[in-house]
Design a protein around this ligand. Sequence first.
Ligand SMILES: NC(=O)c1ccc[n+]([C@@H]2O[C@H](COP(=O)([O-])OP(=O)(O)OC[C@H]3O[C@@H](n4cnc5c(N)ncnc54)[C@H](OP(=O)(O)O)[C@@H]3O)[C@@H](O)[C@H]2O)c1
Length: 325
Amino acid sequence: MRILVLGGTMFLSRAVAADAVARGHDVTCAARGESGTVPDGAHFVHLDRTAPDWTALEGEWDAVVDVARTPSWVAAALDHLAEAHWTFVSTISVYADHSTPGGTPETLPLLPPITEDVEQDSAEAYGSSKVACEQDVQARAREAFIVRPGLIIGPEDPSGRFSYWPERLAEGGEVLAPESPDRDTQAIDVRDLAAWIVTGAENRLTGVYDATGRVQRLGDLVDEVSKAVGGDATVIWAPADFLLEREVTYWAGPRALPLWLPDDARGMTSHDVSAAFDAGLTTRPVGETAADTLAWLRENPDAPRTGLSRAEEQDLLDDWYTVNG
Ligand SMILES: NC(=O)c1ccc[n+]([C@@H]2O[C@H](COP(=O)([O-])OP(=O)(O)OC[C@H]3O[C@@H](n4cnc5c(N)ncnc54)[C@H](OP(=O)(O)O)[C@@H]3O)[C@@H](O)[C@H]2O)c1
């Protein structure tokens, strides 16, 4: 197949291109080339979507994969490429309800679309822009495959969220963890998601899917990651009020315990993804993702990281013992 990846120079879109090349497809990646390089074996075409020149991309494509979040970028791509099988990589941030567990595209309400291009410094603006992009793809592409990932993890992750855990657990010792091992978590290895996107293009899959891994207890994820990275961690689960009083934050960023979510976001990590699995998605154990992520972090010491510093964590553990004796 002739596959055009709009992107292809980083993380997911790069993994899609790499997977498609490995399967013998003829792969072109169109981007500025600022985020990185395309995988070996893929062709690179310069495209700046803020002022796109589509001349070099005219022609017949069997499949297009787009990861954009800006409605005018997607609209312009559709003007030129709507005849191909279209995978639009969206997000579970399109939903207006993040509190109901077990949601699916059929059961969860969407945010209202924002069709104009906006600065996306909020989750709502991001989600609403993606809704508008999805709707354009569904209206105009001959075959639309809408993929809504949850947290994407693995080597080359630019967010550093999951990466915190393999790196921290590999160091061992007493490791501070958020709230309870019984909380749900849910994530997908970037290579598994990429493989399913390529399979979807090969099979001309259409429809709307939440695309993340199966729900897992946070405690099981921590145990599995710890074993896979060879750490001898003793995990201290600190309750939410202890953490919040000390300004530890949810999910990502400075002073965060990555992957921790508030109660009213429980739905984000408990989607029912059986439809994606029924349609061919397969996922590897999180321990494998952890080991590969750690290897990548060690080869790339400047890779993005997020979350508590070791000094902050130690202060919190000291406090924990002061409070709990
Ligand atoms: N990470 C997560 O946990 C998560 C969760 C849910 C959904 N998602 C979705 O998953 C997808 C991730 O895609 P990704 O990893 O490939 O990262 P991305 O940041 O969405 O896209 C990056 C690609 O876009 C290209 N790009 C950026 N600006 C451009 C411009 N002006 N003109 C042309 N190309 C441009 C970049 O290439 P150059 O910079 O080289 O031009 C790069 O190849 C996104 O759709 C995201 O919304 C992610």
